[in-house]
Design a protein around this ligand. Structure first.
Ligand SMILES: [Ca+2]
Length: 117
């Protein structure tokens, strides 16, 4: 996302990320789920949510550090009832958090973090 842009993720959405992938926020990012209708950020290897997206059946299973993170680099991010699953590894292979704020601001509540690296 670029400065001035906006992205609104609907409740119940499932977003899957491949190795080293990150969502970089520099605009207005809103992801507001609800109880039982959480927004899921997870690994492309996670078949539990949204089915077999990578099309290989159960040949691979999700693991910590499968993707990078949500990275707030400016602007404003609002996340509520969001689950961040299996993130936390940089494209370079180094360990990281599954969400970080280096500029701008972020408001988070009701989160579940599972298996960051
Ligand atoms: Ca699969």
């Amino acid at each position: 996302m670029y400065p001035g842009g906006s992205l609104d993720v609907a409740a119940g959405s499932i977003l899957k990320f491949g190795s080293g992938a990150a969502l970089e926020v520099q605009g207005t990012f809103t992801a507001i789920g609800d109880v039982g209708n959480e927004i899921i950020f997870t690994s492309i290897r996670d078949d539990t949510y949204g089915g077999d997206t990578n099309g290989n059946g159960s040949a691979t299973t999700p693991d910590k550090g499968d993707w990078d993170r949500v990275w707030v680099r400016g602007g404003a991010a609002t996340l509520d009832y969001v689950q961040l699953l299996y993130g936390g590894k940089l494209a370079s292979g180094g360990p990281d958090s599954s969400i970080s704020v280096s500029a701008g601001h972020a408001r988070q509540s009701h989160h579940l973090y599972l298996d960051p690296r």
